[in-house]
Every structure is written in structure tokens, then in C-alpha cells.
Design a binder for this molecule. Structure first.
Ligand SMILES: C[S@@+](CC[C@H](N)C(=O)[O-])C[C@H]1O[C@@H](n2cnc3c(N)ncnc32)[C@H](O)[C@@H]1O
Length: 309
């Protein structure tokens, strides 16, 4: 690949996914894009670069952006956010949502599903306390192959050994050849769908908790600001934003601040942003009638399907 072709690809990837590739990443980029040559019957990287330049190459550009992403994930990654979800966020939200008895959680950039399924298992473990409650888990990613794997709920021995306690493996998985298959019950608790973090997520509705972990590290500050501006209208005024342990909103968004416990990666709205979110909620409530819940999903959210095979 020529230098100008590398430059072009970097620009396209930045536009499509937010990925910010350094000067030294040409070799890595070529390696990750090589499978696309076969998929799109192109003879060389230069042909791929030319094809990507065509104004109508939307699908190819999306595939290129997806091919370069890092889709690594594992069960109960970093542990702390999952404990905080169960011990702090959930009890607080259950007090505040006593009337609607509905809580919505969004795993944005969910990759191959381990994060969403970890939450689903935690909730299944507390089934009795949650009788009469609807806890929706919506998991999105822009990479089609990651979503395909997530929906299947099939994980290798290596993948189930990373972070998943044996007691949960035994309880919620069954052996399928060399792999482990998550139970239909847990699979059915998560609705997977395609979504690009750079796009407006209005159709997804409003969530009480947003997990958006270990993806912002690949973006530059301008893109991080864009993503925070996209996420803020999707969060309930008293909701929580959970980032990766090494990720922060500091200096990148005026809407968020650390939770009082100052846990790495867990944020809530600043008082001013919470007031603005409350006003949005009130406007929605007036539009939707007295009974409309704060966190009602827009009708488009119904398009996400709960884990078909
Ligand atoms: C490293 S994984 C993180 C998975 C999970 N959140 C975790 O912490 O284990 C990053 C994911 O972000 C997704 N991603 C990258 N850019 C994205 C974008 N612009 N919109 C949506 N998903 C994106 C990738 O496809 C990948 O699956």
C-alpha cells in the first residue's frame, strides 16, 4: 500500500468508526484488511483503496471500519463495574423507578456479548428480588461479525475461562462440542442490534445505565467529545454512565462527573446536565401522556431482536 493510500484509509476509518490510527499502524492495517480482498474479489490493497474512494462504497467502507476494530471482551471484565451495578446502581434505581418498575441498561460497543451476558447472569442470580420488574438489556455494536457471535452465545473454552466464575459456567452454559453455549434463558434477556456510536441513537430511547467501555481509548479527543454528546441525551437524569477503568469524561464533556464514590470509570450527570435531562424527560412525558415513563424507548428500539439464532 502506498503512503497516500494509507492516508486515505486512515481518514475513512476515522470518519466511519472514530478509530484514530497512528503513523506506525500501516502493517497492522494491511493485515486486518486483507480478508476483505477475498470478500470483495479485489486483487490488491491498492485496488481496495481505489474501491473505497468511490462515493457509493458505503458497505465496503463500513466493512473496512469493522475489520480494523479490536473486538476483545471477556466476562465480568474489571469486576468493579458489575459489583457497583448490583450493589449501588440497581438498588438506587429500584427506589426511584418504584412506579414504572422498569430499568433499561445499554451496552454500547458490546462486542461479542460477554459484558451484556455478565449483567444478565447477575440479574438472573437475583431473580427473586426482581419479581415484578422489567430489566431490559440492549447491547449494540457496529461490527456485524461481533454481533453475530454475540447472538449465538457460543464461547470457546478459553473465553469462558476469562473472568467467568465456574459456578456461573455450570449453571448457565451447556457444552456444545468444543464450545460452551449460554442458556436460552440468559440469551433471551439481551436484545442485540447494530449501532454506530457516532450516530444519533434516538431510536434506542433513554437508558438508566449506559455501559460504553474500552472503546473510547481508540478515539481522539474530538471523537470522544462527539460520543459523549451522543450519549448524554440517551441517559436518564439520574442515570449512570460506565466507561472503561482507564477512560474518563474529564476535560471532554461538561455533562458528566464522577460518582460520589469516585470509582474509576463510573459517572453521573453534573447538576446542570441532570436539570437539562429532567426537562427533556418532562417534555417527553407531556408528549406521551401522563403515564409515559421517563425511560420509555422510542418505537425503533423494538427493532432490536432478542438473540435470534
Ligand atoms: C474492545 S471492544 C469492548 C467490548 C466491551 N465493551 C468490553 O469492555 O469488554 C470495543 C468494541 O467497540 C466497537 N466499536 C468500535 N468503534 C465503534 C463505533 N464507532 N460504534 C460502535 N461500536 C464501535 C468494536 O466493534 C468493538 O466490538
Amino acid at each position: 500500500m502506498m503512503a497516500h493510500e494509507f492516508g486515505l484509509l486512515r481518514r475513512i476509518l476515522k470518519e466511519r468508526s472514530g478509530l484514530n490510527l497512528g503513523d506506525d499502524k500501516q502493517g497492522m492495517l494491511e493485515g486486518k484488511l486483507r480478508p476483505l480482498l477475498k470478500e470483495f474479489a479485489l486483487p490488491s490493497m491498492s485496488h481496495l483503496a481505489l474501491a473505497l474512494m468511490k462515493p457509493d462504497a458505503h458497505h465496503l467502507r463500513d466493512r473496512a471500519a469493522q475489520a480494523v476494530t479490536v473486538q476483545e471482551s471477556y466476562f465480568f471484565r474489571d469486576k468493579v463495574p458489575f459489583h457497583y451495578f448490583i450493589d449501588v446502581m440497581l438498588p438506587k434505581l429500584m427506589v426511584k423507578r418504584e412506579v414504572s418498575r422498569r430499568i433499561r441498561v445499554w451496552c454500547a460497543a458490546a462486542a461479542t456479548g460477554q459484558e451484556a451476558y455478565s449483567l444478565a447472569m447477575e440479574l438472573a442470580e437475583r431473580e427473586r428480588q426482581l419479581v415484578g420488574w422489567t430489566i431490559e438489556i440492549v447491547a449494540t455494536d457496529f461490527a456485524e461479525d461481533a454481533l453475530r457471535k454475540a447472538r449465538k452465545g457460543l464461547y470457546s473454552q478459553f473465553e469462558v475461562q476469562r473472568g467467568l466464575p465456574v459456578s456461573l459456567l455450570v449453571k448457565y452454559f451447556s457444552k456444545a462440542g468444543n464450545a460452551w453455549e449460554i442458556s436460552p434463558d440468559i440469551r433471551g434477556k439481551v436484545a442485540f442490534g447494530g449501532h454506530n456510536l457516532l450516530d444519533d441513537g434516538q431510536a434506542l430511547g433513554v437508558f438508566d445505565v449506559i455501559f460504553c467501555r474500552n472503546v473510547l481509548i481508540y478515539f481522539d479527543d474530538v471523537t470522544k467529545r462527539t460520543v459523549f454528546a451522543r450519549l448524554a441525551p440517551r441517559l436518564a437524569s439520574d442515570g449512570f454512565l460506565v466507561l472503561g477503568a482507564a477512560e474518563t469524561t474529564t476535560h471532554l464533556s461538561n455533562d458528566f462527573m464522577a460518582v460520589p464514590e469516585r470509582l474509576h470509570g463510573v459517572f453521573c450527570f453534573t447538576p446542570a446536565a441532570a436539570a437539562a435531562a429532567s426537562m427533556r424527560e418532562e417534555a417527553r412525558r407531556l408528549k406521551g401522556g401522563e403515564g409515559a415513563s421517563d425511560s420509555d424507548a422510542a418505537p425503533g428500539a423494538a427493532r432490536l431482536c432478542a438473540s435470534p439464532r
